[in-house]
Design a protein. Structure first.
Length: 95
């Protein structure tokens, strides 16, 4: 439920940013995403990947600058969990 609510609010925020830019009320917007390390590993990576896909759009990337704050060890652990079949990392060093 929390993750779905986040995505809905995130999409609403993005639509506001795009609308504001269309009417030239703002040139740039900074989006700070904090507490990602409080999500379960799969949700953390889904959020990061979703934001990254969004920023692949050139027009949105010009308008929206994003800062994602996350505990590096937890991020490495989440990546190791998801892609363990593709990478070799000692998980014991990540916790």
């Amino acid at each position: 439920m929390g993750f779905l609510l986040f995505l809905i609010l995130f999409l609403f925020l993005i639509s506001l940013i795009i609308t504001a830019n269309i009417y030239k009320k703002t040139d740039k917007t900074v989006l700070i995403v904090d507490n990602l390390d409080r999500c379960i590993p799969d949700e953390m990576l889904e959020i990061i990947e979703s934001i990254r896909l969004l920023l692949d759009d050139v027009e949105i990337n010009e308008i929206l600058k994003t800062i994602m704050l996350v505990d590096e060890k937890k991020l490495k652990y989440a990546i190791a969990e998801r892609y363990s079949h593709q990478i070799t990392i000692e998980k014991s060093k990540l916790t």
